[in-house]
Write a protein that binds this ligand. Sequence first.
Ligand SMILES: [Zn+2]
Ligand SMILES: [Zn+2]
Ligand SMILES: [Zn+2]
Length: 327
Amino acid sequence: MELRKDPITRSWVAIRDGEPREPAAEPCPYCPGNAAPPPLLSLPQFADAPQVRVFPQHDPLFRIEGETARAAEGIYDKMRAVGAHEVVVEFAAHDRRLSRASDQEIAQVLEAYARRLADLKRDDRFKYVAVYKNVGAAAGQRVLHSCSEVMATPFVPRRVLHELRSAREYFQMKERCLFCDMLRQELRQATRVVEATEKFAAFCPFATRSPYEVWLLPRQHHHKFETDPRRTTAGPELARLLRHTLQRVEQVAEGYHFVLHTAPNVAGALGRVGFWVSLEDDFHWHLELMPVVARTPRPYIAKEVYFTTVSPESAAERLRGFSVSDP
Ligand SMILES: [Zn+2]
Ligand SMILES: [Zn+2]
Ligand SMILES: [Zn+2]
């Protein structure tokens, strides 16, 4: 596979011939004892029956070996798809779901994300490490055993890059974090808040991209998920809010994408050129939940212009109204 840069939009595109190979559904590759390779990480560590196991993805989009070998082809830029692609198998039990898991189990999954993020960011070939999860067939979930994916890439994905640029420009003008300011206003207005706890908040964004989109943020500023001390000191509180939010979204959507946005890796060239000098102050980690509610494929215009048929104010009101439960 090769990465090519669109010189007009400046987005990197992964190009290969052929569909990704699906793992065999039977027997489940992620049930303990089945034919998975040795895990890269198990939690709790050294447990006989660990809850979380992280494996290399069976048909990775990005591969760990070699250099990125950035090269030009006339006016175009390309590089090798160097990176990492891993699967975080969240539970030993085949039918366990994150939205029904206990505080401790959810905290363990989040800890696995943090450890893989920290480990992969030690490699300065990787500019960004993405953590995401597809839930439901409508959202592209292929394996029924509950899992998330971790992907390290030699570039910063487009959406995150837009966020980083806006956050940096806002900080240059105001010396304040854009996300902190947004969160303060959301909590004051309260019309789009889904649920807020002492240290975290979930709300529907003002310019929502799709119906029932929800963001979850720490109320105190921190740029990096993996090093935010509140992830552990307020672990049960974060786990509870995440569980509630997932349960609410599951009541309106057939499926959803779950994405963690955290600071990029500035260990490499990006850090040396000082591109992200104010990163610690200007970026604010968050989780984004993007529900898939449309039963029919969306028309072309939806790919160029975001439009939603449920306002975030109505979405938040409906999501707040759902009952949620704790195990
Ligand atoms: Zn399984
Ligand atoms: Zn902030
Ligand atoms: Zn984001």
